[in-house]
Design a protein around this ligand. Structure first.
Ligand SMILES: [Zn+2]
Length: 109
């Protein structure tokens, strides 16, 4: 897997709008409407990037596996998001990439 393909996925997260998250990757195209309520476990929260990356219980195992090292150091969600979306190492890039791909698979949109 080329680093450029992974960066492309992260870039799509970075440029996602307030209302739509579009991700095209090797597993297909996913469009997430952030105005829709997350249906998983009756979260009753909008399916935003912050919800998917930090909050939704569906991805708890994935989050512990891939993101915990990055997330431990910060408290504020907006800062976490900025920190995540600008990976500082290949390891961070890989972790975020695999989190996103596995989360999208779980989402089955
Ligand atoms: Zn949720």
């Amino acid at each position: 897997m080329l680093i450029s393909q992974k960066l492309r996925v992260i870039s799509q997260l970075r440029i996602s709008s307030k209302n739509l998250i579009r991700i095209r990757s090797k597993i297909g195209s996913h469009v997430i409407d952030t105005n829709q309520t997350c249906q998983i476990y009756n979260c009753n929260l909008n399916e935003t990037l912050i919800h998917i990356l930090f909050k939704c219980p569906l991805y708890l195992t994935l989050r512990n596996q891939y993101l915990s090292a990055i997330l431990e150091s910060t408290i504020v969600n907006s800062t976490k998001l900025n920190q995540l979306l600008i990976p500082q190492s290949v390891t961070q890039l890989n972790n975020l990439y695999f989190y996103v791909i596995e989360a999208l698979k779980a989402l089955k949109h």
